[in-house]
Design a protein around this ligand. Structure first.
Ligand code: GRF
Length: 203
């Protein structure tokens, strides 16, 4: 399967996906990395791996629709089967999602439906949680609420800060996203028209 990855920052999840794709029998290849931030460190990492990488600076476009249209045109040129949002910090509009319905994944650094949105690690600490983790889900029009593909949990330690917890969650994000991509690329997990996850017997 051809995969386009959208990033806004360091791209450690994109890197984890790229490393997984390098395995001989991995069922996906990354054909492009796009970012809304020209300074995103992940763009350079993608280029080092020989992956086409392009920035679409939001301020270069009149409005959100024009920004998304430029990214959609670039996506159309590479014909991805799947899109992976990996630290992409913008909400996609329904017009963006529609042509890729059921084919966009996102990784979120919490055990959804707990803590959608931002600052998930501090919120987990403030709530006295003993577990934290990440979720890979299909992207739907609402924020961080699409059907779940994979989740992974980590313990919260009494000494944790948001930063130490974020670092621990990142380690399981980098295992969870390649697994989720494998399941979806192999058709073992799919999103149905009514927005449910359907798993085949051996998923
Ligand atoms: C990660 O915690 C990811 O879950 C969130 O953005 C953070 C940075 O991701 N979406 P990356 O290192 O840019 O992949």
């Amino acid at each position: 399967k051809r995969v386009a990855v959208l990033i806004s920052g360091g791209g450690s999840n994109m890197l984890a996906l790229a490393k997984a794709c390098e395995q001989a029998d991995f069922p996906a290849e990354i054909v492009a990395v796009f970012s809304d931030k020209p300074e995103a460190g992940g763009l350079a990492k993608a280029r080092e791996l020989g992956i086409a990488a392009q920035a679409f600076p939001r301020k270069a476009y009149a409005d959100k629709a024009a920004h998304e249209a430029a990214i959609l045109a670039a996506l159309d040129a590479v014909q991805p089967d799947l899109i992976c949002l990996a630290g992409y910090m913008r909400l996609l509009s329904p017009d963006f999602i529609r042509p890729y319905q059921g084919r966009i994944l996102n990784i979120h650094p919490s055990l959804l439906p707990l803590f959608p949105g931002l600052h998930t690690h501090q919120r987990a600490l403030d709530a006295g949680m003993k577990l934290a983790g990440c979720t890979v889900h299909f992207v739907t029009e609402g924020m961080d609420e699409g059907p779940i593909v994979t989740q992974a949990a980590v313990p919260i330690l009494p000494t944790d800060t948001a930063d130490s917890l974020a670092a621990r969650v990142l380690t399981v994000e980098h295992r969870s996203y390649p697994l989720a991509l494998t399941l979806v690329a192999e058709g073992r997990v799919r999103m149905t028209a009514d927005g449910k996850v359907e798993r085949s017997a051996f998923a």
